[in-house]
Write a protein that binds this ligand. Structure first.
Ligand SMILES: Cc1ncc(COP(=O)(O)O)c(C=O)c1O
Length: 397
């Protein structure tokens, strides 16, 4: 600690312990930004206590959160992102910030399950009505559903189980003409594969937990937009709700951002190779991967998206739930888990989740979702071939 003014007795050991290291300030410059943890922000003088142009408290974030917000803004093609503690918190927070009692929200039927649960339970309790539109509905059909209280349309394209693609520019154009806001869950598009703001979406939300984090070990969500009025409402929500994210988590996501492009390209290459291979397997009825010609949504995907990531669906030939379990249980290289976007391959069977939809899709066979990780694709293909053999065996009478 600094020397006491002359004539004063040196502070007690307890006081010295409390102030030791307090003078450490400007660090050497490193490639990664220094990690600053702090609730209390010390200001230089009395006037600065009420200067709101600079942070005076740590809750809304310090340098690390600011650096991440800038980076995610670059990803989405916007100003700084607003950060939330998870992807789900970003979706629910944006809806709460932009809706009020008496409003109606139209939501794609393919929306992420917990987002749907939020709409059906919490939003309903606060007087907001939700109606669902078919994930492949035309813009005209979506617009035909709007009414005088429709305030917002929530898109998710592709849906993360059935990979249906929405006509984003046409829907946003129709919505703008009616003064209706559009929000998209852009976790699949990541900002590198899809820039929704350029297609007219008002707010693009992402679970950074997935590809930006990339290592299945951290949660975070983001919301980006260009309209200062809309983003201002989200800022007020964040401030008044006391929502902030930890600098340690922000550090991991900023680190993930640096390698996102190369990881995503590899996920996409391997996924395409495996999706094409799966198409030719006799036990496979259909591959729900929008990059495949003839797959649902392929033409819109080709028009609006810049590439593919590692997540797609596989419809198997008809078989019992036990046969699907045999398939899933014969995949040693694939973890069985609900997430995606990490370096590892994952698999789930999806039919229990489809049952919640207003109009469950009828694929004529069970649906499995694969996340293709960064393993050698030949190893994953060998795994999948063994699992399809197990499925075929389990389907025999
Ligand atoms: C499409 C989609 N959106 C949002 C989320 C939520 O992200 P988080 O787990 O960070 O809340 C998920 C998580 O699986 C997801 O798949």
């Amino acid at each position: 600690m600094s020397k006491p003014p002359s004539g004063r007795k040196p502070p007690a050991k307890q006081t010295r312990l409390l102030h030791a290291g307090g003078a450490v300030g400007a660090e050497v410059k490193t490639v990664a930004p220094p990690l600053q943890r702090g609730s209390t922000v010390l200001v230089p003088d009395a006037k600065a206590l009420y200067d709101t142009s600079k942070p005076t408290y740590g809750r809304l974030g310090l340098s690390m959160q600011t650096a991440l917000a800038e980076g995610v803004g670059e990803l989405e093609g916007s100003g700084p992102a607003r950060l939330f503690s998870s992807g789900l918190a970003a979706i629910t927070g944006v809806l709460l910030a932009l809706l009020k009692s008496g409003d109606e929200v139209l939501v794609t039927d393919s929306v992420y399950g917990p987002s749907r649960r939020f709409c059906d339970n919490l939003l309903k309790r606060y007087g907001v009505t939700t109606r669902y539109f078919a994930p492949d509905a035309s813009a005209d059909a979506v617009m035909a559903m709007t009414g005088p209280s429709t305030r917002l349309i929530l898109l998710e394209s592709p849906g993360s189980l059935t990979f249906d693609i929405q006509d984003i520019p046409a829907i946003t154009q129709g919505a703008r003409a009616k003064g209706i806001l559009t929000v998209i869950d852009n976790t699949w598009g990541v900002g590198l594969l899809l820039e929704p703001l350029a297609l007219g979406v008002d707010v693009s939300v992402q679970a950074l937990t997935k590809y930006v984090g990339g290592h299945s070990d951290v949660f975070m969500g983001s919301a980006c937009g260009d309209d200062p009025k809309v983003m201002g409402r989200i800022d007020v929500f964040l401030r008044d709700m006391g929502i902030g994210v930890s600098p340690d988590d922000a550090y991991f996501l900023l680190r993930g951002l640096r390698t996102l492009e190369v990881r995503l390209a590899r996920h996409g290459q391997s996924a395409l190779q495996i999706a094409q291979w799966l198409q030719d397997q006799p036990e496979v009825r259909q591959v729900l991967c929008p990059a495949l010609p003839g797959a649902p949504g392929h033409d819109l995907w080709k028009r609006d998206f810049k590439g593919l990531n590692g997540l797609f669906g596989v419809v198997l030939q008809p078989g019992s739930p036990e046969a699907v379990e045999a398939f899933i249980d014969t995949l040693p290289l694939f973890g069985l888990g609900f997430s995606w976007g990490g370096f590892e391959s994952l698999a789930i069977h999806c039919d229990p989740q489809l049952a919640y939809r207003t109009q469950p899709p009828a694929y004529g066979g069970p649906l499995v979702r694969l996340h293709i990780g960064l393993e050698d694709p030949a190893d994953l293909i060998a795994d999948l071939r063994a699992a399809l053999d197990a499925y075929g065996l389990a389907c025999q009478p």
